[in-house]
Design a protein around this ligand. Sequence first.
Ligand SMILES: Cc1cc2nc3c(=O)[nH]c(=O)nc-3n(C[C@H](O)[C@H](O)[C@H](O)COP(=O)(O)OP(=O)(O)OC[C@H]3O[C@@H](n4cnc5c(N)ncnc54)[C@H](O)[C@@H]3O)c2cc1C
Length: 240
Amino acid sequence: VLCLSQLRELRCLEINDQKLIAGAGLCWSELERFFESKVPEFHKILKVFGSPQIRNAGTMGGNIANASPIADSLPFLLITDAELELTSSKGVRHVELQHFYKGYKQMDLMPDELISRISIRLPRKTDLFRLFKISKRRDLDISSFTAGMRFNLKQNRFEEVRLAMGGVAPVALRLKETEKWLLGRDFSLETMKQAGRRAVQEITPISDVRASREYRLRLAVNVFEKLYYESNPQPATQSA
Ligand SMILES: Cc1cc2nc3c(=O)[nH]c(=O)nc-3n(C[C@H](O)[C@H](O)[C@H](O)COP(=O)(O)OP(=O)(O)OC[C@H]3O[C@@H](n4cnc5c(N)ncnc54)[C@H](O)[C@@H]3O)c2cc1C
């Protein structure tokens, strides 16, 4: 058993331009304070991540290596193009998070490797950036479904798109086909409805104690419309 909590090498926190490099050993309470001003949307998720005690002990590296498809940090990390630095006595290598999970609880991580640092591309002020955590209770509950959406629009058209969901497949994943389909299209209610219908073709949720397959499919459609309505103060006028 290794205790990583005192390793200084796992505790860095640096911003270089829009790139954030965070040590895998930082606990969620430390990250919660950091993200409050830097990415309030992620801070919103961290506020309901476990309890203060869990956030004081749990780390970002542990959340990633635990490899749960409903780990709360994963949609955020996937839509910010997270890259993992993996360190062993043999050296260092880098793996994009989107390629890290190979199947349920299977990772591209050797037995002698640690996740040492995580680098992410912070959202720009102009990005539409939304994260969703759906659980039966708001506080201290495991997610049934998670999602992250990051859009950059130019003249109301999608110029850059990142979509990720958790709780809908054996691993948390990017929705690459729907991302591609959205590029160049108008940001409209109709587009978002169609995107939701496409998204469900990329996921394979199951029914379990937290939610049924049908409910998860419905959520995967609805988050697109929800984002649209939340981004448009007068949805009735906009959708007319
Ligand atoms: C009551 C309770 C509530 C919780 N609530 C939530 C929640 O709301 N959302 C959520 O996402 N999770 C939740 N969790 C799960 C857990 O707390 C988090 O996933 C946390 O981030 C795990 O971090 P840790 O450092 O404690 O990892 P550990 O539990 O210590 O480790 C998890 C796994 O990762 C490995 N590991 C840890 N660090 C590294 C590293 N740097 N490199 C390689 N492997 C590593 C360990 O060997 C182990 O296999 C909860 C857990 C409990 C008990």
